[in-house]
Design a protein around this ligand. Structure first.
Ligand code: TXA
Ligand code: MG
Length: 319
């Protein structure tokens, strides 16, 4: 891992304060961060990603106190924060009337998605800026999420003012998003914390989200996280002219194969997923292959989020 110098962090904080964009490492994926209270800066995020304006962004905080200035915690939200913050859990909570968070962040909704990343650099940057950072994943809208500084540079190039290099993301999948309303918690997006861990912490099953709680947001659109070539799921071996994304024993010995986890470990597979999709996509371009075939992944634990990302990456594309 490249350890950025203290001066890089100071420069990053300065860029943010002036309304610029910094790619920030987190434990899940790299985020494209801007001052969440600055409308122009937030608009630049949408512009750089080519992201439809109506999709809300999440804010990243360094402490519970910082979060409490902008959203209202019910006892259930407190419980979830106690159990999983800092970490890959985003909670969608009611917005405080006096919060200065840009309305562009919440896309005009009366809720805000908030999380506290578990990453030293992200923590220090937010602390230095002394306010929440809005940050979607640091990639062009619809493309594969970045889990290294090089991925960010390849996707966004000079659309970002600075990339803070924190090495590879340890989780490798975006946060789990839970909508918390009164005594009900519903799962909006599976992610880095699996459903059973959350259900254990709150002592009841997660509800299915109400339609009104689910905006048409990128991570929820059918086609997302997509490589350039076609992707076929639940294959036990590649056909001629295909690369292979293996898991466990499937794929052993195939050419152009990357195995997410030869020992069948879902945590390891999650951490490798986006990087391997990118590598296989590049391999296809280099060797004239037409598609990536992917091995079946169990749906237990983090497998729910991995299958969610894979099925969106394989979905028919609009463009
Ligand atoms: O792990 C992550 O969550 C990464 C890192 C950078 O923190 N961030 C991330 O952000 O994945 P983004 O913008 O790609 O996804 C956040 C999702 C949006 O797609 C949207 O569905 C949901 O959060 N969201 C945000 N605010 C919401 C709100 N007020 N109501 C419902 N959903 C919301
Ligand atoms: Mg994203």
């Amino acid at each position: 891992m490249n350890t950025p110098r203290a001066s890089d962090l100071a420069i990053a904080a300065d860029i943010i304060r002036k309304g610029g964009l910094v790619a920030m490492p987190t434990e899940t994926v790299y985020g494209l961060a801007a001052d969440a209270t600055n409308d122009d800066a937030v608009a630049r995020i949408f512009e750089a990603k080519g992201r439809p304006q109506f999709n809300p962004l999440i804010i990243h905080v360094a402490s519970r106190e910082m979060a409490e200035r902008h959203v209202i915690f019910s006892p259930l939200a407190q419980k979830l924060a106690d159990a999983f913050w800092p970490g890959p859990l985003t909670m969608v909570l009611p917005r405080r009337a006096q919060s200065p968070i840009s309305l562009l962040v919440s896309a005009g909704l009366d809720t805000i998605g908030v999380r506290m990343p578990k990453h030293d650099l992200a923590h220090e940057l937010i602390t230095d800026v002394d306010g929440p950072l809005a940050a979607p994943s640091a990639n062009i809208s619809g493309a594969i999420s970045p889990t290294s500084a090089d991925h960010v540079k390849a996707s966004l190039g000079d659309r970002v003012d600075l990339v803070l290099d924190g090495g590879s993301c340890t989780i490798g999948l975006e946060s789990t998003i839970v909508f918390v309303s009164g005594k009900t918690a519903s799962l909006l997006r599976p992610g880095g914390i699996d459903r059973t861990a959350i259900e254990k912490a709150i002592g009841k099953p997660l509800a299915a989200p109400a339609k009104s709680d689910t905006p048409q947001a990128p991570g929820m659109m059918k086609s997302h996280y997509a490589p350039r070539v076609e992707l076929y799921l639940n294959q036990t071996a590649p056909k001629d002219g295909q690369a292979f994304l293996g898991f466990g024993k499937n794929g052993a010995g195939s050419p152009f194969c990357l195995n997410l986890s030869p020992r069948g470990d879902l945590r390891e597979a999650a951490a490798n997923l986006f990087a391997y999709l990118r590598q296989l996509d590049a391999l296809c371009a280099e060797h004239g292959l037409s598609a990536i075939a992917a091995a079946p992944i169990p749906r237990t634990g983090l497998g729910e989020a991995i299958n969610d990302r894979l099925s969106r990456a394989a979905a028919p594309r609009d463009t």
